[in-house]
Design a protein around this ligand. Structure first.
Ligand code: N0T
Length: 534
């Protein structure tokens, strides 16, 4: 009876994030869950648009759909709410056996006011825009608009109240994104009277405790942060605004909440003061600490990945995956080059990933994403989802325990390695079946199908000498870390079923292991046991 009771207690628990020793998990019904996401296009949030959304998500083998819910859509007339789309969405998601992440397109969508209701757009006296130093109005709403905040918050609370009512016991909806890619392009901060007065106030102690001063230890924003003051202040102002909305929403229905970011260049180190080169005030990696200080109701600052270079992607994964910030990638472009990064993300213990624009709508966001709008857009990602989908709970549990790592083939195609306690995994790319043989001729040529960098692997150390290796277009060799001898004892190809049981298909030996473990273009999963001769 005790077991039954605790099982149903777990099932009743709301989705929540958990962190332990720098590792993270999204707990759904009490157990780690890996989001294999599919984000719909911006204009797919209407009942009549949903059919191809499910078709694309199913082709991708996604377990979760990320879908906008827009302020203009739920409150077209002030104070009158219409959640009929949300009802349809949640019902259809259940029929399709999909979870949902809801994206709240409110005050800011890609920094602009485009998703606010007309009654907001048309009343700038009541809902003020940012203004520049000359008092000229900018396109982006001010985080000092007290009425804007009040109105957005009321709509968001109505949404969360509705979600609680229709989903509080079912947990179809896992998380909520509050606003979308906030910040301001072309203007560093609001210079309106309320903003200016706040700018001259002392930097709050909560911010000082998190974000190291660059000049004076305390004082006004300018005194403390010098040339960075305007951007940091804008980040603080927006984070505080979002925090108030998220706090009110969580008070009625406490789901995990996150913000997403249109990135600044992660390779600009140290980051220079803002120079019109990204949206000022957004949760860029250099101000995550300010968001943590000003927006404790937001669990995660997450990167939207639209720069395909491997150095860029790796830097972003490092900068956003922190012990106080779970790695979660709510958007990644659909170009084929991006597919391989899922191995790195899931290996690094991300709580989930989601390519953007997965719904076969006749619109392509090329050059950010693929030129295609049909089934070809899911092809770079489906092979990865295919491997993780049946075992997603198990993988999420291993990630939470810190057992997993992953890599994507770099643009320079060079070998890589991953260090585990006692063992090192060495990854090489482009090699033929017979490896680094000196036989020359055909043997020396790169393997067919490796013209572009498309390889990657995710590994989990499931015992001291035992690994699960999943990947494609990569050769993996396990070596003992400290110079002792290591032997491959057994490499089983197989899969985990949805109960987490290993199902062996065959044992790899001979040609299949003599030159390293060659993972082909179609991904495979291996369970590998290593040993050390006495
Ligand atoms: C994204 C998407 C959608 C290296 C663009 C990306 C989505 C939003 N914005 O299709 O609008 O709602 O979050 C901005 C990318 C900045 C350019 C990066 C160049």
């Amino acid at each position: 009876a005790g077991l039954l009771l605790s099982q149903s207690a777990l099932a009743a628990e709301l989705p929540r994030l958990a962190s332990r020793d720098g590792h993270h998990a999204l707990l759904v019904d009490g157990k780690p869950f890996l989001i294999l996401g599919a984000q719909a296009h911006n204009s797919s949030n209407y009942p009549g648009a949903l059919k191809p959304v499910w078709a694309a998500a199913n082709d991708l083998k996604a377990n979760t759909v990320l879908m906008p819910v827009a302020w203009e859509q739920v409150e077209p007339v002030e104070g009158t709410f219409d959640f009929s789309f949300v009802d349809t969405l949640v019902n259809e998601a259940r029929q399709q056996k999909k979870h949902l992440v809801i994206l709240w397109f409110g005050t800011w969508k890609n920094t602009s006011a485009q998703y606010t209701p007309a009654w907001v757009k048309l009343d700038p006296q009541r809902f003020p825009f940012n203004v520049d130093a000359d008092g000229k109005a900018n396109y982006s709403l001010s985080p000092f608009g007290a009425e804007t905040l009040k109105a957005d918050k009321r709509a968001f609370v109505a949404l969360m109240t509705h979600l609680k009512k229709i989903d509080g016991d079912k947990h179809t909806v896992l998380m909520v994104q509050v606003e979308n890619e906030v910040g301001t392009y072309g203007l560093v901060r609001d210079f309106g009277p309320a903003a200016q007065a706040a700018f001259e106030q002392p930097v709050p102690a909560t911010v000082l405790a998190r974000k190291k001063p660059v000049a004076k230890a305390s004082g006004s924003w300018r005194e403390v942060y010098g040339d960075y003051a305007d951007e940091y202040f804008h980040a603080w102002a927006i984070a505080r605004y979002i925090n108030e909305i998220a706090t009110a929403g969580r008070a009625v229905y406490n789901l995990p909440m996150y913000v997403n970011n249109a990135l600044r260049d992660p390779l600009e180190q140290p980051p220079k003061p803002w120079n019109k080169n990204f949206a000022s005030g957004g949760p860029t990696w250099d101000v995550i600490d300010i968001y943590k200080a000003a927006a404790p109701a937001i669990d995660i600052a997450s990167p939207d990945i639209y720069a395909p270079e491997s150095e860029q992607v790796n830097a972003n994964l490092r900068l956003f995956g922190r012990s106080d910030n779970p790695l979660w990638v709510p958007e990644i472009g659909t170009k084929p080059a991006y597919g391989r990064y899922l191995w790195a993300m899931l290996g690094r213990g991300a709580i989930g990933v989601s390519p953007f624009g997965i719904d076969y709508f006749d619109y392509s966001n090329h050059p950010l994403g693929s030129t295609e709008t049909d089934k070809r857009i899911v092809e770079p990602f489906e092979p990865v989802y295919r491997m993780f989908a049946p075992m997603q709970r198990l993988w999420a549990q291993w990630a939470f325990e810190g057992r997993t790592q992953g890599v994507a083939e770099a643009d320079d195609r060079k070998p890589q390695q991953l260090d585990f306690p006692g063992w090192t995994a060495k990854m090489t790319y482009r090699l033929g079946r017979f490896g680094e043989s000196s036989w020359g001729g055909e043997f020396a040529k790169p393997a067919a199908g490796t013209e572009e960098p498309r390889g990657g692997a995710a590994l989990a150390q499931i015992g001291p000498d035992e690994f699960v290796i999943i990947g494609q277009r990569v050769r993996v060799r396990m070596e003992p870390a400290e110079g002792t001898r290591g032997m491959l004892l057994r490499a089983e190809q197989g899969r985990f079923d949805d109960q987490g049981r290993w199902v062996m298909e065959r044992v790899w030996n001979g040609d299949q292991v003599d030159y390293g473990l060659n993972l082909p273009a179609e991904p495979v999963m291996l369970k590998v046991r290593m040993g050390r001769p006495k």
